[in-house]
Design a protein. Structure first.
Length: 399
């Protein structure tokens, strides 16, 4: 168990420190263009800011032909540069283990490529689609599901045909829900993103639009009042953010999330269960509490996909079940995410839960609660015909 003082440090909001950029003004730091221009994306820039382990240095040298390394100053500043086991560090600094592919790992673990009727659009579920609008992100997560196509350094490149996507959606009336992803859609300019949203919003059978983004975490400076005002025009609009550890939610991130919430945009969070990052029930509990304070509903906890080179970050599935077991009953149900695994090769999201049904037979369901106390719940019994007849006679006599 974490000590109360440790929990308090996890749940507190603090600014991203600028000590590694001592000569940068507040105006520059709060400028998203400055943040993007000054990303850490080379071995020399990385070693100028921190001492790398031999595993990390080898990982950076090998990253150039798989998934680029790029970290915004905002996110880099919360890395503990003295601790090689820092949970923030593990998410964005390459390690040499990425160069090894386990037999079970896949280039396209969710089977998206085979469900792509037109380039840039994944239609895997009957009524909703995934629209990949860019292949770039502000920073690159080392466990990225789409590492095969994002960042521009791999063998496969993401082809996007916007007009073909719009025409497909216009002639496919069963689609009512469009999720924009990539890459990160909020990395697009306000003008370009508005053009995409306007075109989707004009299609009568599309009922709502979702955006999946890690920009509020990696680059909260991008969440400007003008962006929020533009997004406000396209309600119902939802945003799914992605954060894995409570330290990621700095005061800058909190302010960005507040701006989105004040614009009337419902937000959910998607976390990926990662070894050495958040595979701890106390850390996960602190994360969901911090998200709720920011008006973000914990939505999914993903079992890490079978991404090539992810063995050192993936946890046993049973660990996720243990964490869910220790959340239920120990915090508000409103804050408990759904633990899911994306079925390999396109199976879709499969919910995973601790087993609370002990047995079920003869109309009796034996249940247990989070304390492992046993309760019996009877299934509904049919009302006897003679009772219904008597009730009918009583009603007739009253009339």
């Amino acid at each position: 168990m974490l000590k109360p003082s440790t929990y308090e440090s996890l749940i507190s909001f603090t600014p991203a420190p600028k000590h590694l950029w001592p000569n940068v003004s507040d105006a520059e730091w709060n400028d998203s263009k400055w943040q993007l221009k000054n990303r850490i994306n080379s071995l020399a820039a990385l070693e100028d800011k921190m001492h790398l382990t031999s595993e990390e240095r080898a990982g950076v040298l090998l990253a150039g032909n798989k998934l680029a390394m790029s970290v915004t100053p905002q996110f880099f500043s919360i890395i503990d540069t003295e601790n090689p086991h820092c949970p923030i560090r593990r998410q964005v600094i390459p390690r040499m283990e990425e160069a090894w592919t386990a037999p079970e790992e896949l280039s396209d673990p969710c089977g998206e490529d085979k469900h792509m009727p037109v380039p840039g659009l994944v239609h895997r579920y009957p009524d909703r689609v995934l629209f990949l609008v860019t292949d770039r992100c502000a920073s690159y997560c080392r466990y990225c599901t789409r590492s095969r196509v994002v960042s521009g350094v791999g063998d496969q490149h993401l082809e996007i045909q916007l007009e073909a996507v719009f025409q497909y959606l216009e002639r496919t009336p069963q689609v009512r829900d469009v999720l924009l992803s990539g890459g990160d859609p909020l990395l697009l300019s306000d003008e370009r993103l508005e053009r995409i949203l306007s075109r989707l919003h004009a299609i009568p059978h599309i009922q709502f639009i979702r955006i999946g983004s890690r920009i509020p975490i990696f680059l909260p400076q991008r969440i400007t009042p003008s962006l929020c005002e533009m997004l406000r025009k396209f309600h119902p609009l939802f945003i799914s953010i992605h954060t894995n550890h409570p330290h990621e939610i700095t005061t800058e991130v909190q302010a960005a999330l507040n701006r989105l919430a004040d614009a009337g945009i419902p937000m959910g969070n998607q976390s990926v269960l990662l070894k050495g990052v958040n595979d701890n029930p106390e850390v996960m509990r602190a994360l969901i509490h911090k998200l709720l304070i920011c008006r973000v509903r914990p939505y999914y906890l993903y079992q890490c996909d079978l991404i090539q080179g992810s063995t050192h970050l993936r946890t046993p599935l049973g660990r996720g079940i243990e964490i869910m077991e220790q959340l239920r009953g120990h915090t508000t149900g409103y804050g408990i995410p759904q633990y899911v695994i994306d079925g390999p090769n396109g199976g879709g999201k499969i919910p995973l839960n601790p087993e609370y049904i002990v047995s079920q037979q003869h109309g009796r369901v034996i249940l247990r609660n989070y304390k492992k106390e046993i309760y019996e719940y009877p299934d509904p019994s049919p009302i006897p015909p003679q009772v219904l007849e008597a009730l009918h006679e009583q009603t007739t006599s009253v009339i």
